[in-house]
Design a protein around this ligand. Structure first.
Ligand code: NAD
Length: 273
């Protein structure tokens, strides 16, 4: 498994498994299957309501803790209360620390995300999370953290796929040493990416599926990525992306599918509450 080294010196598996909208009642089975397939990096969040299922799958797997990489996220209504929120997440996960804890959205209307970030810095110092980062932070939000604290997020997890690439955010984040994680890497199935002829042509040229071509595009862009699926066949497919490379021309053609705001499938972070 390829890894990315974060600005705190730790490493993260570049490909993982996301569990947004995985039914809490099904999560243990689905995450157990993902671990059997070979995934070692799981991305969950308090708001997904499935941390317990992730925790049960981890416990049942018998995989040594240091071979797993577990991310969870602080929900918006707990930004003033991150220490308690993380302890509750750890209880649900059955862990004594996570690998990465993220502020889920800036929710700028509450003006609490700098307070939350200062708490995350303390939680990292206390060893309850190995790394800390943010999600859905735009340049203005990252700039405030840089001005008001002396710790730069290890990652910014943003909506990122060929139709919505957020180049300004990526450029700013990378310049300050923040790695980029993609959410919605396949456009959540909402944006018709996998039928796009540029993507299907690149996929066919390598005997791969459109989803595999898009995941490969993320990997070649040095992005950390964790597509979600409930189906084992797709878990296997999405993991089978290390035996081919997009050519420079294929990579450039997929990059040219950028559609800016038109391509967005999620919320505008500035409007998050
Ligand atoms: P995604 O782009 O991974 O899309 C998932 C959907 O793609 C599936 O439901 C399925 O319909 C389809 N799919 C998956 N594999 C496929 C395949 N091989 N062939 C065809 N279709 C396939 O979207 P996502 O789940 O929203 O994003 C991935 C992860 O990112 C989430 O599970 C979650 O962990 C994280 N996330 C974070 C935020 C955030 O605000 N930080 C928001 C959304 C998601």
């Amino acid at each position: 498994m390829d890894t990315i080294t974060l600005n705190d010196g730790t490493t993260i598996p570049q490909l993982g498994f996301g569990v947004f909208k995985v039914d809490p009642a099904e999560t243990e089975r689905i995450v157990s299957e993902a671990l059997e397939v070979g995934y070692r990096h799981i991305d969950t969040a308090t708001i997904y309501g499935n941390e317990e299922g992730v925790g049960r799958a981890i416990a049942a797997s018998g995989i040594p803790r240091d071979e797993l990489y577990i991310t969870t996220k602080l929900w918006n209504d707990r930004q003033s209360d991150a220490p308690t929120a993380l302890k509750e997440s750890l209880d649900r996960l059955g862990l004594d620390r996570v690998d990465l804890y993220l502020i889920h959205w800036p929710a700028p209307v509450h003006d609490n995300y700098v307070t939350a970030w200062k708490s995350l810095i303390e939680l990292r110092e206390a060893g309850l999370t190995t790394s800390i980062g943010v999600a859905n932070f735009l340049v203005s939000h990252l700039q405030r953290l840089a001005t008001e604290t002396d710790v730069v997020p290890a990652v910014d997890q943003i909506e990122l796929h060929p139709a919505h690439q957020q180049p300004e955010t990526i450029a700013f984040a990378r310049k300050q040493g923040t790695a980029i994680e993609s959410w919605g890497p396949l456009g959540q199935g909402k944006y018709p990416l996998l039928e796009n002829p540029v993507i299907t042509a690149a996929a066919e040229a390598h005997g791969k599926s459109a989803a595999q071509a898009v995941i490969r595009w993320h990997l070649q862009n040095d992005v950390i990525v964790f597509p979600k699926t409930n189906h084992r066949t797709r878990m296997v497919e999405n993991f089978d992306v290390f035996d081919f490379e997009l050519t420079d021309a294929e990579f450039a053609a997929i990059t040219a599918l950028e559609a800016g705001g038109e391509g967005r499938v999620g919320n505008n972070p500035d409007d998050s509450v």
